[in-house]
Write a protein that binds this ligand. Structure first.
Ligand SMILES: Nc1ncnc2c1ncn2[C@@H]1O[C@H](COP(=O)(O)OP(=O)(O)OP(=O)(O)O)[C@@H](O)[C@H]1O
Ligand SMILES: [Mg+2]
Length: 268
């Protein structure tokens, strides 16, 4: 069974007299451990899709099933608990809490979960601290654990956001244009870190992006056009030979990645 499946998912926004079909019948199946990029022109529905997958928004129609749980079957409280415990976000603007240290930022999801679960079931403070420090080490920031976000570079802030996203061992990490605020070298490093975590921990990552650097590393690329899936492409494993990655020194940000799928095999 797929870790995540979407069946005929639609999201319609009312606009004056008319409507916008931001998502128009999305069928998608994602396995645990995938490293998947959703690409497509501005307005094609990428953010809408991620927000719906992250339960920040509800579909107008269709079904979303995570690991056997149909989100539609959950009440509001159950849905927010599900989101809190199983799904993580990484945002373009990092969204760290400025008055908390790196360690406290990374602890935050566990603190919230522990509060919600109560003293008996929730993790103890010492366990939370240990888990946070472990993730901070995994993103290479052990020496910054007691610093505040304003003392960090953009790439370091995004690493903290990655640690925060991973600390609760979510089913999936949803990342909406996570490299948009980073220069290309830092973006490459942050993406390599995510890919490394994906391989080492088996965490599923789902990106929305315009960034060639993301597409070069993705193992599967789903292209949206006007709220529909236009292509769904598995990228062949990297090898020294030609035709595996759409890479090269001239790789630029800002295109929509159709070229990145050229050398890969179609799976649908
Ligand atoms: N809250 C909203 N109310 C009305 N229309 C919306 C709303 N959010 C998104 N839309 C519309 O839905 C469509 C999809 O928007 P979405 O933000 O998902 O696109 P996107 O692919 O993420 O674009 P971008 O690459 O610019 O981030 C667009 O036509 C957009 O104008
Ligand atoms: Mg968007």
């Amino acid at each position: 069974m797929a870790m995540l499946s979407l069946e005929k998912v639609t999201r319609i926004y009312k606009k004056g007299e008319g409507e916008v079909r931001a998502l128009d019948g999305i069928d998608l199946s994602v396995e645990a451990g995938e490293f998947l990029a959703v690409v497509g022109p501005s307005g094609s529905g990428k953010t809408t899709l991620l927000n719906i997958l992250g339960c920040l928004d509800s579909p107008t129609g269709g079904r979303i099933v995570y690991d056997g749980t149909d989100l539609h079957s959950l009440g509001e409280a159950e849905l927010s608990a599900y989101r809190r415990d199983r799904i993580s976000f990484i945002f373009q603007s990092y969204n760290l809490v400025p008055v908390l240290t790196v360690r406290e930022n990374v602890e935050l999801p566990l603190v919230i979960e522990a509060r919600a679960k109560g003293k008996k079931e929730g993790l103890k403070d010492a366990q939370i601290k240990a888990l946070a420090l472990e993730m901070i080490e995994a993103v290479g920031l052990s020496d910054k654990a007691d610093r505040f976000p304003r003392e960090l570079s953009g790439g370091q802030e995004q690493r903290v956001a990655i640690a925060r996203a991973l600390v609760k061992r979510p089913l999936v990490v949803l990342a909406d244009e996570p490299t948009a605020n980073l220069d290309s070298r830092t973006a490459g490093e942050v993406l390599d870190l995510m890919r490394d975590i994906n391989l080492r921990m088996g965490t599923t990552f789902l990106f929305s992006t315009h960034d060639r650097l993301v597409m070069e590393r993705a193992r599967r690329i789903v292209t949206l056009h006007d709220g529909r899936i236009a292509t769904d492409t598995a990228v062949a494993p990297a090898s020294p030979g030609p035709g595996t990655r759409a890479s090269g020194p001239a790789a630029d940000s800002g295109s929509d990645g159709i070229r990145a799928t050229k050398s890969s095999k179609r799976i649908s």
